[in-house]
Design a protein around this ligand. Structure first.
Ligand code: UD1
Ligand code: UDP
Length: 344
């Protein structure tokens, strides 16, 4: 098979790692990086740490409005598909890079595979929700990570092109374990905090209120700051209490090390909700809903409002100890490549 894998944002590099390695055992893979994320700490570092070959092409689209970013990606990806004539185009998740990849392939009638299909928040104000729905409805083969995702796809009439494969991030987490050096933060107990969703971080008032509240907690918060959030913090003079430690975006090895020794994860990230579950860390998700409902049902993830006046007390009180059944599978990349071979 000749496959074009299309990635552009941090979580997609993490998902590509194990799949690319498995694919390349028998098949030809061409990696196209849209350039959506471009800082070395958001991109290059992940290729290096996850041992992913350098992209064959970087479209260098960069940041911009949704229409501009997606439109320019579409033009660039179309050219590459026409040039390489792949058997299949592969995309991950729900970013603008995913949307452009699925649209470009569909218009050129090239078979397209969407990985992490069937996730739904049912909140159309999220750009990701639009991207997911379009990706699932335009792709020819859908790899769903969980039975919940399969259910959503069946309801939308997409059951016939759906395969329950497990979650590729389970393979990414397993791969990185052997590389985690001692990354224990010297100091008090800490919670690991990440925030990057526009509805949480684009309003500086929300961040200021959150920081004021967390400042009263008897625990530190280590906060690797996403560039979107960094831009908001920089443009507004928000006071950062001493127990919130702002640090640069971390590599995957360092970040998983921080998670390993953290008490809890507090986040609006999709990936971290799953990683916290796998690592056995209670997760507080600062969102009104989540796509990863099975972590909530298992008792290890709880939704809270970012400006809930009781936030600090509720975080301290959330101490699940129920069993953690395996929700995401293992050897997922192997399964995926077998399914792709069967499809083509
Ligand atoms: C994107 C995805 C989101 C995903 C997230 C993962 C969309 C619509 N959003 O959000 O689904 O969860 O990636 O992290 O596709 N910036 C830099 N350096 C970079 C990249 C971004 O400084 O390397 C800054 C720029 O100011 C940019 C802003 O971050 O405007 C937002 O970047 P963008 O890729 O548009 O969206 P994310 O918030 O990163
Ligand atoms: N991550 C990382 N370094 C960081 C913050 C996050 O390696 O400083 C990893 C994290 O382990 C997870 C992924 O990046 O696998 C999540 O990416 P992000 O939160 O940007 O996007 P989302 O998962 O919400 O789409």
């Amino acid at each position: 098979m000749k496959i074009i894998s299309i990635v552009g944002a941090r979580p997609q590099f993490i998902k590509l790692g194990p799949l690319s390695r498995e694919l390349r055992k028998k098949h030809k893979e061409i990696i196209i990086h849209t350039g959506q994320h471009y800082d070395a700490e958001m991109s290059d570092l992940f290729f290096e740490q996850l041992e992913i070959p350098e992209p064959d092409v970087n479209l260098e689209i960069g940041s911009g409005s949704h229409g501009m970013q997606t439109g320019q990606m579409l033009v660039g990806i179309e050219k590459e598909i026409l040039k390489h004539e792949p058997d299949m185009v592969l995309s991950f998740g729900d970013t603008n890079s995913t949307l452009a990849a699925c649209l470009a392939a569909a218009k050129l009638k090239v078979p397209s595979l969407h990985i992490e299909a069937g996730l739904r928040s049912f909140n159309r104000s999220m750009p990701e929700e639009i991207n997911r729905v379009v990706a699932d409805h335009t792709a020819d083969l859908l790899f769903a990570p969980t039975p919940e995702a399969v259910k959503h796809l069946q309801k939308e009439g997409l059951g016939e092109k759906t395969v329950l494969t497990g979650d590729i991030m389970a393979d990414s987490v397993r791969f990185i374990q052997s590389k985690i050096e001692e990354n224990r933060f010297e100091g008090r107990a800490y919670n690991l905090l990440t925030l990057h969703r526009p509805y949480n971080v684009d309003d500086p008032q929300k961040l200021a209120t959150l920081f004021r509240q967390l400042g009263d907690a008897d625990v530190d918060f280590i906060f690797p700051v996403h560039p979107r959030t960094r831009a908001v913090l920089k443009a507004n003079s928000i006071t950062v209490p001493g127990n919130i430690k702002l640090i640069a975006p971390q590599g995957y090895i360092e970040f998983q090390g921080l998670l390993k020794y953290a008490d809890k994860a507090i986040t609006d990230s999709g990936g971290l909700q799953k990683e916290a579950y796998i690592a056995g860390k209670p997760c507080i998700t600062l969102r009104p809903e989540t796509e990863w409902v099975e972590t909530v049902e298992a008792g290890w993830n709880v939704l809270m409002d970012i400006n809930d006046p009781e936030l600090v007390a509720k975080i301290a009180a959330f101490n699940p100890n129920s069993d953690r059944p395996d929700l995401y599978g293992k050897d997922v990349a192997k399964r995926m490549v077998r399914e792709m071979e069967g499809f083509l």
